[in-house]
Design a protein around this ligand. Sequence first.
Ligand code: PGA
Length: 253
Amino acid sequence: MRRPMVAGNWKMNGSRESITALLAEIKAGIGAVTGTDVVVCPPYVYLPEVRRQVDSMPIGLGAQDVSDQDSGAFTGEVSGAMLKDVGCTYVIVGHSERRNIYGEDDALTARKFAAARRHGLIPILCVGELLEEREQGVTEQVVARQLDAVIELEGVEALAQAVVAYEPVWAIGTGRTATPEQAQEVHAFIRARVAERNADVAAGLRILYGGSVNGGNAKDLFGRADIDGGLIGGASLKGGEFLTICNAAVQAG
Ligand code: PGA
């Protein structure tokens, strides 16, 4: 059985004050969330503060990005070693906003995935197609290309200590969620693609869905066979709604 997981991607939002209030709400309800990994991914600068505030709570810490380099003259970058040092367990790599706004390609994403692993972090590898790619009918080719870049660099076994998040770009922050059927179809494709190389890794791989997940649609999405939880953006900034989503994962798990 795969353990469900819900990760909140706060993106570039929040202040010390708002984050403290958000965490207080989450902490108040987290006791009811059993058998599910709950993770929050604040902006880099708030990682130590969030670590301090969630200490001894069953809430994991993740970063939103990581450098492909380990140390040195790389102004503005943050290494996997640093993330590990401040208490991160997870790190998102290849989020569509990194790929599409900052031009990060499959090769760089794969190197970031490798860097995360070198430092003992669990990468949450994001994959997903643009609207025009879906309309052209090339969703599977795009997702396969993004996945294969990582498998070619690190080997399929690396996915045994990783999480994949399917996030169709047209569904992120748009309020336009993929239907559970659309999401399940791509999740099953991802699992089958991994299974071609290693059936055990595929069976154990957690594949999260992301893109306009909210308290109302989470249960239906997480109820599908290959959807093991969610990567939540906007709705993770509201404590009550994030908890509703976590509880949907508990019920589905
Ligand atoms: P959203 O973002 O839930 O606001 O659509 C998801 C994500 O980008 O990870």
